[in-house]
Design a protein around this ligand. Sequence first.
Ligand SMILES: Cc1ncc(COP(=O)(O)O)c(C=O)c1O
Length: 295
Amino acid sequence: MGEIDTERQKLNCFRMRELGATVVPVKSGSRTLKDAVNEALRDWVTNIRTTHYIIGSAVGPHPFPDIVRDLQSVIGNEARAQMLNQTSGEFGHPTFTNGPGRLPDLVVACVGGGSNAIGMFNAFLEDKEVRIIGVEAGGEHGPWLPDGSDTDKHSATLTKGTVGVLHGSRTYLLQSPDGQIKETHSISAGLDYPGVGPQHASLKACGRVEYVFATDQQALDAMRTVSRKEGIVPALEPSHALHQTMEFAKSLPKDKIVLVNLCGRGDKDMLHVAKARGVVIDTDVKLNKTDFAQQ
Ligand SMILES: Cc1ncc(COP(=O)(O)O)c(C=O)c1O
């Protein structure tokens, strides 16, 4: 895991260690997801007889994007079955019979490397009447400043990227004209990646899926709104999708159905969100001898 992400995702790291994993902070490059993938691929090709490479996003060389899409498709297939109250067939849900009985009009998901989004979108690609939207990280201001000039403080790969090769696949990348990968920015560790899974590159190129972005502040605001209105604390990543969902919903008639992929809980982000809001949380809990005696 990139060293910066071990800090941004401190609680996740602690949880992984409690489960028995060894988390190695990657200190090269921008110390985020791109560099963690570099190091994992390097380690794998060096120790190929004794290790196996696994990746949680739909990026990397074939067949990894396909494997990740197929595993994540459980969510899209079930969401579609629930929408249709479909209880039989390959993707039928065994008990759910309380959905609207029709397909959604709009499906929205956030896109970092693209795994949660492709898992959701895949089920609806053949349903031409369903509009599908992927939401990337617009970072501090989006890819352009208010005066129209460019900024690099974002991770909006499909909005602003150009075609190139990274981590074994040809896709859209945030890169300099001579092909050097640019440093990206997002408040959410999961969206802070200069590439995107090749399936999304293809879906953008053929026009089946539209890709937009939400900024750090818009994601923070959406996270708070959904926490307060729904009692669900979403992760920062899907909060980007939630912002755009609320924006699209403003112009939709009330009988339209929007399906949004809430792909993660915000617990892991709480320390980072507190920092972004200027709140200091003292996590330095000191146990004294009597606390130990009681255990
Ligand atoms: C909760 C959550 N959502 C979304 C993402 C983005 O990844 P992907 O685009 O592969 O779903 C991440 C990545 O770490 C994540 O932790």
